[in-house]
Design a protein around this ligand. Structure first.
Ligand code: COA
Length: 142
């Protein structure tokens, strides 16, 4: 992801989250040395950024902060492609695990993560401020 992608990314972000990240946060993430932001760009119609993700790698441990697929691109394997790519990058860097937080009600994302080997590691009660929903903490060994 580059700053030029942000117009498209922000449109997709608002399709993915009830409280979408503003441009400022993406710019901060792009400037962080330990953050990595990736996009999947589709070249055949409908062209454009289909999906993106953001992860951190700090002290040998990775954390997935964000992953969204645009509405018209869902269930076409784009998130799976991104996550498999991240796994490969992290293994090359000898990272041993990746963790994430996901809303308890987000059955689709939980199903995706479980299919890749993520397991429930804990629950953060009432973690999300908007509706006091619990966060499931999931970890995958690499
Ligand atoms: C979760 C999300 C990123 C998945 O993106 P996607 O590109 O549609 O996912 P993929 O096509 O790669 O899905 C791969 C597999 O994950 C599972 N999966 C993905 N979405 C699913 C859903 N809504 N319901 C059930 N299973 C789902 C399926 O097993 C799917 O394989 P299949 O389509 O062959 O059955 C997308 O729904 C999204 O952007 N949601 C809003 C943002 C979000 O919740 N992000 C995660 C925050 S933690």
């Amino acid at each position: 992801m580059a700053a030029e992608d942000l117009e498209e990314v922000l449109a997709t972000e608002s399709e993915g989250h009830t409280r979408p990240w503003p441009k400022k946060i993406f710019l901060e993430e792009l400037a962080r040395s330990y953050a990595r932001l990736l996009v999947v760009r589709v070249e055949a119609p409908p062209v454009g950024i289909a999906a993106y993700c953001n992860y951190w790698l700090v002290a040998g441990e990775a954390q997935l902060l964000n992953i969204v697929t645009g509405l018209k691109f869902r269930r076409q394997g784009h998130a799976l492609l991104l996550l498999n790519h991240i796994f490969e990058e992290l293994r090359r860097k000898e990272c041993v695990s990746i963790s994430l937080e996901v809303r308890k009600s987000n059955i689709g994302a939980i199903s995706l993560y479980t299919s890749l080997g993520f397991e429930l590691a804990g629950v953060r009660a009432a973690y999300y401020a908007d509706n006091k929903e619990d966060a499931m903490v999931m970890i995958a060994a690499l």
